[in-house]
Write a protein that binds this ligand. Structure first.
Ligand SMILES: [Cu+2]
Length: 101
């Protein structure tokens, strides 16, 4: 019985979602695109001295974060497959393309 519980515990973590980190630095995202499995989370950390913000506006996903001071991290989960542009209201040129498989 104890062995069964251990195996069930391991199995439940084998498919666990991962976390990716992308900085906002120099008024841009540290990378312009990323491909992740469905259910993963991206942590966006503001490494600039000015404010940033995160938004996604697509038919399958809508995110609109508060303004993000230097050093603050915003966490965004991507539960659905598709291609999602991640942007910043404050800096319209900032664009990260997230492909969720
Ligand atoms: Cu910004």
């Amino acid at each position: 019985m104890a062995l069964f519980l251990v195996l069930a515990f391991v199995a439940s973590f084998a498919g666990a979602a991962a976390v990716h980190r992308i900085a906002q630095k120099g008024r841009t995202f540290a990378q312009s695109e990323i491909t992740i499995p469905r259910g993963d989370t991206i942590l966006f950390t503001n490494e600039d001295e000015y404010l940033h913000q995160i938004y996604v506006d697509s038919k399958d996903m809508s995110v609109d974060s508060p303004e993000q001071a230097q050093g603050q991290t915003i966490e965004v989960n991507f539960p659905r497959p598709g291609t999602f542009p991640v942007r910043c209201h404050i800096h319209p040129k900032m664009l990260l393309t997230v492909r969720v498989e």
